[in-house]
Design a protein around this ligand. Structure first.
Ligand code: PDD
Length: 285
């Protein structure tokens, strides 16, 4: 049975109920997080909670749980749902109002919902076992505040589905200047001449925690050069390797974009080196 958390109580997920006037339901007015956990050990817990607090501040939801309150909740969900490979989903909305009104109400209590779901085992650093991602590309049609991990995900959902409808796993997104932003549910990178290059953090992309951890690991190790700078569509098309990262995937090797091979169409050597370093050091975060 999947045990969830809703507004102070643990209960079977299928019994969890919210008001249809919850602003998360009506407006997507909320913030969420997904924290990966393997064998009961979370990866990047503190930065995930920091990003959640940043998001709540950015949209003016006053909610003051401490890091240890969130830690207790996550550990309870792990305990109650078995300690396999879990994504811990955390979600705070502005709360349920008594009417539908766009403006913020002063006197409503935020809704807190959390549950655990199974994720794939962490990738092992082995080219023959690596999942080979195929992606579409598209103009990025989302909003100008993609740094906020908002539950309003329709733009991302439509871009993700665009890739699925073309038989692909994801969609790489490009801004009006044909520069790479990210993918619909992942950050994006190219590798050229053994240098890992990823777009800089700004309003066009989510500050991914996997990205933060990966860049830190690579910089500490020092054997692979890292650059954060704009990446043109031309560079993506001519890259030796392309990667996507997210909490439930770690580093995903992209071998095909719009039906054309990336580099030699195989999982690359720099992916192998980076995933090896990531697998070894991720539990330090
Ligand atoms: N997606 N960019 C977008 C738009 C995302 O939705 C995500 C994560 C990322 C990667 O962030 P992180 O490394 O912190 O997981 C980048 C999550 C997993 C989701 O929505 O399910």
């Amino acid at each position: 049975m999947n045990i969830a958390f809703l507004n102070g109580s643990y209960l079977p997920l299928e019994e969890a109920r919210i008001s249809p006037l919850d602003r998360g339901f009506l407006f997507g007015d909320g913030i969420y997080e997904v924290v990966p956990s393997y064998g009961g050990k979370m990866v990047g817990f503190a930065p995930h909670i920091q990003r959640m607090n940043d998001g709540l501040d950015a949209i003016g939801i006053k909610f003051d749980w401490s890091e240890s309150d969130w830690g207790d909740l996550c550990n309870q969900l792990i305990k109650k749902n078995g300690s396999g490979n879990l994504g811990i989903y955390l979600h705070v909305t502005r709360g349920a109002d008594s009417k539908r009104f766009h403006g913020f109400s002063e006197n409503i209590t935020p809704t807190v919902f959390a549950f655990a779901f199974e994720i794939a085992p962490a990738p092992v650093a082995d080219k023959t076992l690596a999942k080979k991602f195929k992606v579409s590309s598209s103009k990025d049609l989302r909003w100008d505040r993609c740094q906020i991990k908002s539950t309003s995900l329709l733009g991302n959902v439509l871009h993700f589905q665009q890739g699925q409808d073309q038989g692909n796993d994801e969609t790489l997104l490009f801004n009006a200047d044909n520069q790479l932003t990210e993918a619909s549910s992942c950050n994006a990178y190219i590798v050229k001449d053994s240098v890992v290059i990823t777009p800089p953090l700004d309003n066009q992309l989510l500050p991914g925690i996997t990205r933060q951890i990966l860049l830190d690991i690579l910089r500490n190790d020092g054997s692979i050069k890292v650059e954060e700078r704009p990446v043109s569509m031309h560079e993506v098309k001519n890259a030796d390797e392309v990667w996507i990262t997210s909490s439930s995937k770690e580093i995903g090797a992209v071998v095909e974009i719009d039906g054309l091979p990336v580099g030699n169409g195989e999982v690359g050597d720099i992916w192998l080196a980076a995933q090896t370093l990531y697998s070894a050091a991720k539990h330090n975060y």
